[in-house]
Design a protein around this ligand. Structure first.
Ligand SMILES: [Zn+2]
Length: 420
């Protein structure tokens, strides 16, 4: 049994065990189709001492290199979100040319470029050499390092303390969470603020987003857990914003503990909401686990019945979370013939575990399956909008989460037909 990465207490048994699965981003080339893949236990536990939900088995980071392929600027949604974030932070903290912004895991400079345009000083820290190079090419000063205790001296000495430290979708990936947050505190100027954005545990639970659990995501945060983590590392959580991106995210604001910012009404309300919803009790997580089991059963039953009626089913998309879903439900090519994805990097490969082949989106029109299961359900609306031709051919979409449902073929794609 492992210890809590937050408070070091012994962890209780996992509340949800998703079995032994391959890494969600380890897409398989057809030449390796006959070879077995490495599999790792995928299970999550709740620490009753500090409320931190976390994986019980952690895969060494060097075995998870997939993120290195990810260039933030390739996604319009991410870039638009970044631009709005920069405007919002600039206003909230009255930032100007005398201020310094540090971004952790700054990728190709997709976010810092907008601060730079406003004349604000920026520094990126990015561990992937090829991506850091792209940022430097765009004149975004970038340190090619992993952020942590070992980079504090260099950041403070060479660039000076930061007035704002930003980390978007990094916190959940960090196993040494206390060392990381202490380093954040050490890099902040006395009146400085840190802003972290991550998927919100309450949304995950409320909408049964269990498929967002995979090996790269070490922790799943409630605000109750963040508050305790912050305090342990010389920081104070004082404000929060709730955003719809990635199925529900929060952006939290931290200051130095010595700074003693008052807790915002929004944060007080969300903390109370977590308490009322049971997020600080083990029972909540046992209930969630039961719901996930039911979801999987319903989905497999639905697909099996359609197959028994002679219907053909494809997938849409090949996101990492789709692999958690398919592997946990043990769905293979017997139920889903193939999937399609717009990314040329994924086309021609097989999904890890399920070994479902990935084709270009045109395959939906050429092979004419009766149904397509939307694996990136968080952008279902966008996908349905792009695939009118498939619908015109009589095709129908299925969303698996929060409840398996066949989308109504009518023009109003937001309505779903519940399935028994
Ligand atoms: Zn703990």
């Amino acid at each position: 049994m492992s210890d809590c990465i937050g408070c070091s207490a012994a962890l209780p048994a996992p509340f949800l065990d998703l079995g032994e699965t391959p890494l969600a981003n380890s897409y398989v080339s057809p030449e390796k189709a006959q070879k077995p893949e490495p599999r790792y236990p995928l299970a999550v536990a709740y620490c009753p001492q500090c409320h931190l939900v976390q994986l019980t088995h952690r895969v060494p980071p060097e075995e998870m290199f997939s993120e290195y392929l990810y260039f933030s600027s390739y996604s319009d949604t991410v870039v638009q979100h970044a631009r709005r974030m920069v405007d919002s932070l600039t206003q909230k903290f009255s930032l100007g040319p005398s201020h310094r912004v540090l971004e952790i895991a700054s990728n190709d400079g997709y976010l810092l470029q907008f601060f730079k345009q406003k004349g604000i000083q920026v520094l990126g820290v990015e561990p992937a050499a090829n991506i850091a190079e792209v940022a430097v090419g765009k004149s975004i000063p970038t340190l090619n390092r992993f952020f942590g205790p070992q980079t504090v001296e260099e950041i403070r000495g060479t660039y000076g303390a930061a007035d704002i430290i930003i980390g978007n979708n990094v916190l959940a990936h960090v196993p040494e969470i206390n060392l990381f947050l202490t380093a954040v505190a050490q890099c902040l100027s006395p009146q400085g603020h840190a802003s972290f954005e991550f998927p919100y545990l309450k949304d995950l639970l409320d909408h049964r987003e269990f498929d967002t659990i995979y090996h790269e995501h070490v922790s799943y945060f409630s605000l109750s857990a963040i508050q305790i983590l912050a305090r342990r590392n010389g920081l104070k959580l004082f404000d929060v914003e709730h955003h719809p991106i990635h199925g529900g995210s929060v952006r939290v604001f931290l200051g130095l503990a010595s700074n003693d910012e008052p807790v915002s009404p929004a944060l007080a309300a969300m903390l109370a909401g977590e308490e009322a919803a049971g997020l600080t009790t083990a029972a909540k997580y046992r209930d969630f686990s039961r719901e996930v089991g039911q979801l999987a059963e319903t989905l497999v039953k639905m697909l099996s019945e359609l197959r028994a009626q002679g219907k053909r089913i494809a997938g849409y998309g090949a996101p990492a979370k789709g692999n958690t879903l398919l592997n946990f439900c043990r769905i293979g090519t017997d139920l889903i013939e193939f999937t399609v994805d717009r990314s040329p990097y994924k086309q021609g490969l097989l999904l890890p575990g399920s070994r479902i082949p990935i084709h270009a989106p045109e395959a939906l029109l050429e092979r004419k399956p009766d149904y397509a299961v939307i694996l990136p359900w968080n952008i279902a609306k966008e996908i349905v909008g792009q695939q009118q031709e498939f619908l015109n051919l009589g095709g129908q979409f299925i969303v698996p989460v929060p409840s398996p449902a066949i989308l109504s073929p009518s023009a109003d794609n937001t309505r779903t037909a519940a399935v028994h």
